[in-house]
Design a protein around this ligand. Structure first.
Ligand code: SAJ
Length: 406
């Protein structure tokens, strides 16, 4: 049996995937309400294919509880909050989960950590806790790091198809854990050491952050001399060894906008390109604000109350707002004591910011200038409703004559 600890964005799909492939799984979360919701037959967030997977797993006997189980293998997928000011990960939830596991686990159990951690976290924070409690790592307890790699919006598909990394002190333990993941994972599973696994996870997200920063920087260069960045990227990408990403209003989510800072924090005099890239991405919402200001001037729009942001989530067709460019932009506006812009997002049903709308039509009737912050399918399907409005399209998806770009 596997006890999955933490039933959030990663833990829940992982637990469901294993259960639906015949592994006996118990999911544990300290949040009673979340466990009640799952036990009432409902999923806790929206994700393509998740509900179907949930029903299959329930049929095959997955259990949800607040209690830790006595078993041989634990998968920890609790959040790793990040401190915006120190730019460091706070491993407190992982440490607490490990302490809870060792209260109940039998000798020789395996603890697999899936949560994203900064390189060196296991050596610095987890091993000392185990040793202080009198546990001999490798005998009384085994440690493994199997960082998740799935992308919100396509999690179920990627769980099945992505290659995976398993880092373990002992190769045999790594191979044993591999058999559990191989129950569902059709990709290649590489077994390596813990330090390498920790590093690969952060390096993968850093690679993407640096490449997005390059696209954002190109966008600013092209804006400066009125060149078409999208046409330039399209043509460059026809070269067999060039693959430039897309500029956007900024980088959100709990991964790409966060993980690369761990390397900057640990290697400040070495991680120069990464540092500059992160600063470029973090200042992209301010670049959008500047574009809004310039376009208002050009079009003679004086009233900021007639300007609205479409989209609050960190990317398209998900309901996750963590570190979203829209929230970053609103924060920046607040620092300048400006009246917050109107906002609408079809995926966000609760009020999380001021001046938030819950109907596209009402939102559109209250604004003359719309900034497309997120390329949800909804707005692509309702493009005709933007005719006659001023539109700043931060994703190059709106095909109407009066559109502005970044
Ligand atoms: N973005 C751009 N331009 C692009 C691509 C993305 O501006 O060309 C922006 C998005 O709009 C979004 C942000 O970047 O705001 C991040 O989105 P994403 O779709 O690139 O990635 P995430 O954060 O949803 O998921 C990433 C993935 N990592 C990589 O692709 C290397 C995923 O595989 C990881 O599992 C996930 O981080 C994680 O949990 O670490």
């Amino acid at each position: 049996m596997i006890n999955v600890i933490g039933l959030g964005y990663i833990g829940l799909p992982t637990a469901l995937m294993m259960a639906s492939h015949g592994v006996e799984v118990v999911g544990t979360d300290y949040n009673e309400k979340l466990v009640e919701t799952l036990n009432a037959g409902k999923t806790t967030f929206k994700e393509k294919g998740l509900y179907k997977l949930f029903n299959e797993a329930v049929k095959l006997g997955i259990k949800f509880t607040t209690e830790y189980q006595k078993t041989d293998v634990y998968i920890i997928s609790v959040p790793t909050p990040y401190d915006k000011f120190s730019k460091k990960v706070d491993p407190c939830y992982v440490v607490e989960a490990v302490k809870d596991v060792i209260r109940v686990c039998p000798k020789g159990a395996i603890i697999v950590i899936e949560s994203t951690i900064s390189p060196g976290t296991i050596d610095k924070f987890i091993r000392p806790v185990l040793e202080r409690k009198g546990f001999k790592v490798g005998e009384d307890i085994n440690l493994v790091h199997a960082p998740e790699r799935i992308i919100p919006g396509n999690m179920v598909y990627e769980l099945l198809h992505n290659n995976r990394t398993i880092g373990a002190d002992d190769k045999k333990v790594g191979e044993k854990v591999k058999t559990y993941y191989a129950s569902f994972c059709q990709g290649e599973i590489v077994v390596t050491d813990i330090r390498t696994a920790e590093m690969t996870k952060v390096v993968e997200n850093t690679f993407r952050a640096v490449n997005i920063a390059f696209a954002n920087e190109l966008c600013r260069i092209c804006r400066h001399d009125n060149m078409d960045v999208y046409e330039i990227i399209k043509i460059c990408n026809m070269h067999p060894r060039v693959n430039i990403l897309q500029p956007g209003p900024g980088v959100g989510g709990h991964c790409i906008s966060v993980d690369p800072w761990f390397l900057v924090g640990d290697y400040p005099s070495l991680a120069k390109v990464i540092d500059e890239s992160m600063k470029t991405n973090d200042s992209q919402p301010d670049f959008v604000l500047q574009r809004i200001h310039d376009i208002m001037k050009e079009k003679g729009i004086k009233d900021i109350k007639r300007v609205g942001l479409y989209g609050l989530t960190y990317k398209e067709n998900v309901d996750d707002c963590r570190e979203s460019p829209t929230l970053q932009l609103l924060e920046s506006q607040e620092r300048h004591l400006a009246e917050p812009l109107k906002v609408y997002d079809p995926f966000i049903k609760n009020d999380i910011v001021k001046n938030q709308y819950h109907s596209l039509d009402k939102f559109l009737s209250d604004v003359d200038f719309i900034v497309i912050m997120v390329k949800h399918n909804e707005i692509k399907d309702n493009m005709d409703k933007l005719l006659g409005k001023v539109v700043l399209d931060c994703h190059n998806i709106i095909n109407i004559p009066s559109v502005y770009h970044l």
